[in-house]
Design a protein around this ligand. Structure first.
Ligand code: HPA
Length: 272
């Protein structure tokens, strides 16, 4: 495994010949951020040795390296979800590579279903904590000692300084945001009304199908993480609204300009 990660990282290092300040995982909440970066280099996943390949035809995954607010960012356009059939080691392979590239900060975004009764479609939630309800743990198996310890402290999964910086940025910008707990489920089904109710009882404010494994692996390696979620639908035991992927994408598109503003300001203001 280590050799596979090393050769992926060596290829990217050669291509960008610098150390990015941030890795940014572009989820459904942040896709358009790639249009705002001053691109220095684009690398197709298919060109990178051992890098996982995306399953969606016509949507080749890419790493986009460039400048945003004067900081060096490496963006992952196209992420890997467990429900697509990848195992957890594959889902989190890019984070291992980011670490070998010397990246110390990661920004992740996603679309999620709101279960906190205060949340509305199109709201933004800064992720304060998460609950891992995925069926396989990304750190199961032999520990990669070179990357981090067997037993990982998770007392601050999301960096409190980055969260505070983003909160004051949002306030400054006049953008309303919530903070909350993201609960990760495998998908690919959206939740039943009873399952939305379960998520709430368990302590979640929002539910989604990504992010949690990526954050666990980033924390294994001591990276600082910031997470942001767009509430693209709301659910609960007494809520029978249906939800479709198209509606999720439409709601994400509506909120995206605000998400982008908050992330830009975070990147500008956060002290590295
Ligand atoms: N569950 C419910 N709603 C959602 C999700 C999810 O995983 N992702 C986006 N909206």
């Amino acid at each position: 495994m280590l050799d596979l990660i090393k050769s992926s990282a060596a290829f990217i290092k050669e291509a960008i010949s610098d150390t990015p300040d941030y890795a940014i995982v572009l989820g459904s909440g942040l896709g358009a951020l790639k249009n705002e970066v001053e691109v220095i280099k684009t690398i197709d996943y298919s060109a990178i040795p051992n890098f996982p390949q995306t399953t969606v035809v016509g949507h080749n995954g890419q790493l986009i390296y460039g400048l945003l607010e004067g900081k060096k960012v490496l963006m992952m356009s196209g992420r890997f979800h467990y429900y697509e059939g990848y195992d957890m080691k594959t889902v989190t392979f890019p984070m291992r590579v980011f670490h070998l590239l010397g990246i110390k900060n990661m920004v992740v975004s996603n679309a999620s279903g709101g279960v906190n009764p205060d949340f509305r479609v199109g709201d933004i939630m800064l992720i304060r904590d998460h609950i891992n309800f995925m069926p396989e743990h990304p750190l199961r198996g032999a520990n990669l000692e070179a990357f981090g310890p067997r037993f990982v402290d998770m007392s601050e999964p999301y960096d409190s300084k980055m969260l505070a910086t983003a909160l004051s940025a949002a306030k400054d910008l006049g953008i309303k945001v919530h903070t909350g707990v993201y609960l990760g489920l495998q998908g690919p089904t959206f939740e039943t009304p009873a399952e939305y109710g379960m998520v709430r009882v368990l302590g979640g404010d929002a539910v989604g199908m990504s992010t949690v494994p990526e954050v666990i692996v980033a924390r294994h390696m001591g990276m600082s993480v910031f997470g942001i979620s767009i509430i693209t639908d709301v659910g609960g035991p007494d809520i029978a609204f249906s939800v479709s992927h198209d509606e999720v994408l439409a709601a994400a598109d509506t909120a995206m300009p605000n998400v982008i503003q908050v992330v830009r300001r975070l990147i500008k203001d956060h002290e590295l």
